[in-house]
Design a protein around this ligand. Structure first.
Ligand SMILES: Cc1cc2nc3c(=O)[nH]c(=O)nc-3n(C[C@H](O)[C@H](O)[C@H](O)COP(=O)(O)O)c2cc1C
Length: 323
């Protein structure tokens, strides 16, 4: 059995991760393939419980299982050890090649305005959502506006917490001269900002800029996502059983996003709506989510404009492999 571990890790690491922290590392040992979270990449403020780290690890795990198929291999067993931050895979030859692999280079988080969505595509989205027990589709523009308003309010409340804002800024790569630019974190391009807007964002979110602008009511117009949110074809509430291992949540999260990509949709999450207990409760009640489920995230979805440039900011493969 031949395995190109660097290729496997680089392909699997195309998976989404919170703030593009890319916390997963790959290793061979004890006759198995291991995925382990680099705990130094956990967000101490925004993800104190480590849930997002585990969800990100789970997405990378799903990416790994898909990418194994490219090398004529498959995962015969997948074990999740009790430490909650690793996965152990026993590999075998052969196995089916999942067509979702083809979406891995296409899928991206899209934070600009979405393109108009043809009726046939909207219909395909509705049909897909209907058979997913963990997706609740909100397609009515008036209801999208309700979610958008809640997103604006909740995001502002999060930004007003200086430790949260400062942590976010440490993962922003606003200029090509910033350390980590093009490798991890959130670049200006990934956040849908021009150079000028990126410069402004640095001032708005930095200290003391934020407090001064907030005093004069100037933060909201500068950080508002309302217009771009309104361009979404739909908002999808992604909810999974309460108590599910977050690694398994991450596996499904990635599959859903790849399935959406296959339908021509990209995703822009509003995770604050799930992270804030009051917002999550409001959405769960309004859209009658199953009582046994937990809201994982709310996704704006839509087609990206044809002229959109694809972009990949990832660590080099050698940084993803450990011994
Ligand atoms: C658990 C989790 C939560 C996320 N929350 C948000 C979010 O609230 N807003 C956002 O714009 N992106 C969010 N993302 C997307 C990541 O920022 C994105 O996956 C990462 O920057 C890599 O970029 P890519 O998805 O284009 O490959 C989230 C991703 C994960 C895995």
């Amino acid at each position: 059995m031949t395995l190109d571990l660097a290729l496997l890790a680089a392909t699997a690491n195309l998976a989404p991760s919170v703030h593009n922290t890319q916390p997963t590392r790959w290793a061979l040992g004890d006759g198995a393939l291991w995925l382990m979270a680099d705990l130094a990449r956990q967000l101490p403020v925004g993800d104190a419980s480590g849930r997002d780290l585990r969800v990100s690890l789970g997405a990378a795990l799903e990416g790994t299982i898909l990418a194994l198929g490219e090398q004529g291999l498959s995962a015969r067993t997948v074990d999740l050890p009790g430490d909650g931050v690793s996965a152990r895979l026993e590999l075998g030859e052969g196995g089916p090649r999942d067509l979702l692999i083809e979406q891995m280079p296409q899928r991206c988080t899209w934070r600009r305005g979405f393109a108009a969505c043809p009726a046939s595509q909207t219909q395909a989205l509705a049909e897909w959502a209907l058979v997913q027990s963990d997706i609740t589709l909100i397609g009515n523009p008036a209801e999208i506006e309700v979610v958008s308003t809640l997103n604006e309010r909740t995001s502002l409340a999060f930004y007003r917490q200086a430790p949260y804002r400062r942590e976010l800024v440490t993962w922003m790569r606003l200029a090509p001269t910033d350390a980590g630019y093009g490798a991890d974190g959130l670049s200006a391009e990934a956040m849908g900002m021009s150079r000028f807007e990126a410069f402004g964002a640095g001032l708005v979110l930095g200290d003391p800029g934020f407090s001064i602008l907030d005093t004069f009511g100037l933060v909201v117009p500068l950080i508002s996502e309302k217009r771009r949110t309104a361009s979404a074809a739909a908002v999808l509430l992604f909810h999974r059983p309460e108590g599910e291992n977050p690694i398994n949540t991450g596996r499904t999260l990635y599959r859903r996003q790849l399935e959406l990509s296959a339908l021509g949709f990209q995703v822009w999450p509003m995770s604050v709506l799930a992270d804030d207990p009051e917002s999550a409760a409001e959405l769960s009640a309004r859209y009658r989510l199953p009582a046994s489920d937990r809201l994982i995230s709310a996704w704006r979805v839509g087609p990206v404009p044809v002229s959109a440039k694809s972009r990949r900011e990832r660590l080099p493969a050698e940084a993803l492999i450990t011994t």
